[in-house]
Design a protein around this ligand. Structure first.
Ligand code: R5P
Length: 294
């Protein structure tokens, strides 16, 4: 198996290759003055089981095109198989036709990858895991929540309450609680299908005087999380920490999160960020060793 670390995930790709003890094929990459991407593999990939590691966090369109260029190039140059490791799968939040006539974006993305020769996808904490089964490629979804929970455990945060957002998030807090053992709960949310704004339902939570960790799959604008922090603070939590798999932190979201009175925020290297200190490389390497996504 060989590993190609894509331009958006060079460090992570090298870490995955290190765990697998695999040959790395580097990408010579440049961006033309008009913004178009140039890709060249610096070594042969012919007849190799090829793993391309490329996240599609913002700038998602550029990162996605680079991924398509790499996959198609690998197919043309005779790769035996192509697995795309896409830690953050772009467009996965538009996973339903919320209003008539809307595009099912994630389906389009997967169809493009398939057309470019991708045989299977590995991703981390997709927004709607149940939808992945309906797409036209084998997709294996892994969860980084236990890694985040373990990080907090190792920091000495004992028996915190694990909280997640949205009803489907209850699985997230349960996963964390298996490691942290301080109990779990969730805050119900509602998303406005036109504006995309998320509101939190009022709910009394058992947070008074306790350390609380809020777990979520993604923080984008930070709006949802800041509302959650306020609610939990107002209800008397002692300390509040954030563990989120994909820290997109658009614009000044990072500063706004820290300014909201949170006691710590940690993410993974699914998305390069100064807060993305928990590596998912061992998780991906273990899954790749088990075989291609099926
Ligand atoms: C919602 O279902 C997700 O789990 C996130 O809470 C949400 O997408 C985050 O978006 P933002 O940071 O823009 O509020």
């Amino acid at each position: 198996m060989i590993v190609i670390p894509g331009p958006a995930s060079v460090d992570l790709g090298l870490r995955v290759a290190g765990h697998l003890n695999s040959r790395v094929v580097s990408v010579e990459f440049k961006r033309f003055p008009d913004g178009e991407s140039y890709i060249r593999f610096t070594d042969s990939i012919e007849n190799e089981d090829t793993v391309i590691v490329q996240t599609t966090s913002p700038p998602q369109n550029e990162n996605l095109v680079q991924l398509l260029l790499m996959a198609d190039n690998a197919m043309d140059l005779g790769a035996k198989s192509i697995t795309a490791v896409i830690p953050y799968l772009a467009y996965a939040r538009q996973d339903r036709r919320f209003r008539p006539g809307e595009v099912l974006s994630v389906k389009t993305i997967v169809n493009m990858l398939k057309a470019c020769g991708v045989n299977g996808i590995m991703t981390i904490n997709a927004h709607n895991p149940s939808l992945l089964k309906a797409l036209d490629l084998p997709i294996r979804e892994l969860s980084a929540i236990p890694l985040l929970a373990d990080h907090f455990r190792l920091q000495g945060i004992t028996y915190p309450l694990s909280i997640s957002l949205g009803k489907k998030g209850i699985d997230t807090s349960s996963e964390a609680d298996e490691i942290l053992r301080g109990g779990r709960d969730y805050i119900p949310t509602h998303r406005d299908v036109i504006t995309g704004d998320v509101t939190l339902e009022e709910k009394q939570l058992p947070v008074k005087g306790r350390d609380v960790i809020i777990f979520d799959d993604v923080i984008s604008s930070g709006g949802t999380m800041i509302k959650a922090i306020r609610t939990i603070k107002d209800q008397g939590a002692k300390r509040i920490f954030i563990g989120a798999v994909h820290l997109l932190l658009i614009g000044d979201a990072g500063e706004r999160m820290l300014g909201s009175g949170v006691d710590g925020m940690v993410g993974t290297d699914c998305v390069p960020s100064p807060f993305g200190i928990v590596s998912i490389a061992p998780l991906i390497a273990r899954a790749l060793r088990q075989g291609p996504p099926s």
